[in-house]
Design a binder for this molecule. Structure first.
Ligand code: C5P
Length: 222
């Protein structure tokens, strides 16, 4: 491998994004938010009125997209960070992510993020499919109830409204689709370190991850 990779996988709302970003900052490494790639494709498909079940049309659309992450997600030069962070965008992402041709087209794109000095890759299949050869694999879990509560709190903090029952159902639906699809379903790699985050704070999870790694990290939680 060109440079080391740390994979952080797990279900929706478990806090992978936050942990992965802190970890990448602490190590001074690059960060891959693979979910954002599926979200961008779902967003672009909706905008171009492409059917989310039409794998051929989605693959063609994907080939034409110019995706950039400098200062947030950008599509064809337009900032779409806010647009892809909604619950609906997550639902669309999980629908486009079911198609095997899309997943294989994403492989090369995702591996292209691996650059020196290293990469923290966050997603569902980073350890099982995209970077299976790395020895640094983590899988974060938390109960669906706890993840719905966290999401509700996040929405409140952003001044948005949310319904905890609806969030819980969305999470269960997304878990079900992600765990039961035929291609690269969500599951821990056999050699992943599994961390149940249900009763842990962000800094406690980060500590558990860092203590298992041979790299020097400068953690600052702000
Ligand atoms: O992580 P995030 O919630 O942004 O991901 C959105 C959706 O994209 C997930 O529910 C999942 O269906 C899909 N996804 C995936 N493989 C990844 C990352 C995300 O299938 N590596």
């Amino acid at each position: 491998m060109k440079a080391p990779v740390i994979t952080i996988d797990g279900p929706s709302g478990v806090g992978k994004g936050t942990i992965s970003q802190y970890l990448a900052d602490a190590l001074g490494w690059h960060y891959l938010d693979s979910g954002a790639l599926y979200r961008i494709l779902g967003y672009a498909a909706n905008r171009a009125k492409v059917d989310l079940e039409d794998a051929d049309a989605l693959t063609e659309l994907m080939d034409s997209l110019r995706i950039n992450f400098s200062g947030g997600a950008q599509l064809d030069g337009e900032s779409i960070d806010e647009n892809i962070r909604t619950e609906q965008a997550g639902e669309r992402a999980s629908r486009v992510a079911q198609h095997p041709p899309i997943r294989s087209a994403m492989l090369e794109l995702q591996r292209g993020f691996l650059k020196s000095p290293g990469l923290v890759a966050d997603g569902r299949d980073m350890g099982t499919t995209v970077f299976p050869q790395t020895p640094y694999k983590f899988y974060l879990t938390a109960t669906a109830e706890e993840r719905a509560k966290r999401r509700y709190k996040q929405l409140k903090e952003k001044g948005q409204s949310g319904n905890i029952g609806a969030l819980f159902r969305d999470i269960q639906q997304r878990d079900d689709r992600d765990m039961n699809r035929a291609d690269s379903p969500l599951r821990p790699a056999d050699d992943a370190s599994i961390i149940d985050t249900s009763s842990l704070s962000i800094s406690e999870v980060l500590e558990k991850v860092i203590e298992q790694l041979p790299f020097k990290a400068n953690v600052s939680l702000d």
